[in-house]
Ligand binder design. Structure first.
Ligand code: BMA
Length: 388
């Protein structure tokens, strides 16, 4: 009798242990790359954890240059305004496919590598986009001549395309922190997929072609080039419905993060009424997109993020708190990233920047944005041990 009770007790305990074990396993967020490095897996888990804490702020090319300066050690337009760095840093791989020394925006890859290391050493996050040239014509990414069929197996550019991917893979694999570990990066291949401006865009590819390109690329990086420090981001441009957002989704085995890009625009010399209307329509649009992203990413158990946004030259002084924050604050988002602070563009005869710099008309409001409890900058995440 006693023996029987002991066996029952033992079985109950075993059941309990298995159940708890299973639950914690089920709660783990699995990367698509089963062989991802430990640091990459940890980062992914921690990014989900941070959703409860707030939204990280990101800036493209932040450490490389800003409005009216270039390559000054430790400088950042964001730092100049709030005495803190962004939490997320974006970099672009465009032209790595040609083994170029510099990326498409003339930033040396050697420098990018150094910045990525610095960010990682300080506990920050790096994300990569890749404005890859058109493999059919050799033109820029914006040359939307059809090209996808030519790079897939059987196509005449398949061999060259594999070589291009190999060059990107080499760069990513060689990213190491001071601790000697491979630095995990969030890669956003073939971004703004439903726009019509890139050769992988909606105008130049069927949904099937896009999905094949995306899958082929991920498989090649992961299984042929053995790159295991990548978290993959699925990224659209603006959309209105969930069906539109997921039309070209490659599937749960091919993306870790779901995201979109969406900017605010106002026509040149717009009067106040036009500006106000555009602020409102931006908010409505983003609100709708975020609520779709929120529910779709939950269903697919993927990390939601707002991969690119901004308002060129930020001509509205309270844009950060009254427009951007006001619309994103109600959502759980990993980060929001604004595009690069290039400065004066000679050819276009206009300024090109999306973050404030010291003395900019929106910098006081950006300081307010910085002080909000749920906006996260480098100092907020440095102690979060995101890679452990
Ligand atoms: C665009 C602009 C371009 C740049 C490209 C890739 O939005 O900033 O000047 O070449 O991104 O960074």
């Amino acid at each position: 009798m006693l023996k029987k009770i002991k066996t029952v007790k033992y079985l109950l305990l075993l059941n309990f242990v298995l159940l708890v074990g299973y639950q914690s396993f089920a709660q783990e967020h699995q990367l698509i790359d089963e062989k991802a490095t430990l640091e990459t897996k940890k980062l992914y888990q921690n990014l989900f954890r941070l959703l409860d804490k707030g939204i990280m702020f990101g800036h493209q090319d932040d450490l490389a240059y800003g409005v009216e300066w270039k390559y000054q050690e430790g400088r950042s337009d964001i730092y100049d305004v709030v005495k803190d760095y962004p939490a997320v840093f974006g970099w672009d791989l465009g032209h790595i496919e040609h083994k170029s020394k510099n990326n498409l925006d003339t930033v040396p890859f050697k420098k990018i590598k150094g910045y990525i290391k610095k960010v990682y050493d300080h506990g920050g996050i790096n994300t990569l986009s890749w404005h890859m040239d058109n493999p059919m014509t050799g033109g820029l990414a914006w040359d939307n001549t059809k090209a996808i069929a030519s790079v897939l197996p059987g196509g005449k550019n398949n061999k060259d395309y594999k070589e291009w991917l190999k060059r990107g893979a080499k760069f990513i694999k060689r990213l190491r922190g001071s601790d000697g570990k491979h630095i995990p990066v969030l890669l956003r291949p073939f971004h703004e997929l439903n726009g019509n401006w890139f050769w992988w865009g909606k105008e130049s590819a069927t949904a099937e072609e896009y999905i094949n390109l995306y899958k082929y690329t991920v498989d090649y990086l992961m299984n042929e080039q053995h790159v295991h420090n990548i978290i993959y981001i699925y990224n659209t441009n603006s959309f209105n419905t969930a069906a539109e957002f997921t039309e070209r989704y490659p599937g749960d085995n091919y993306a870790d993060v779901m995201s979109f890009d969406n900017y605010q625009f106002t026509p040149k010399n717009a009067n106040d009424t036009v500006v106000q209307a555009s602020l409102q329509s931006f908010k409505n649009q983003i609100n709708n997109s975020l609520s779709i992203l929120d529910s779709v990413s939950k269903v697919h158990r993927k990390l939601p993020t707002f991969a690119e946004t901004g308002y060129a030259t930020i001509p509205v002084s309270n844009w950060w708190t009254a427009s951007l924050w006001d619309v994103i604050k109600d959502y759980k988002l990993s980060y929001v990233l604004v595009w690069r602070n290039y400065g004066w563009q000679e050819k276009e005869q206009n300024f090109h920047y999306y973050a404030p710099y010291a003395g900019h008309l929106s910098s006081a409001d950006f300081q307010k944005f910085y002080k909000l409890k749920r906006t996260l900058f480098q100092s907020d995440i440095a102690n979060e041990n995101l890679y452990k």
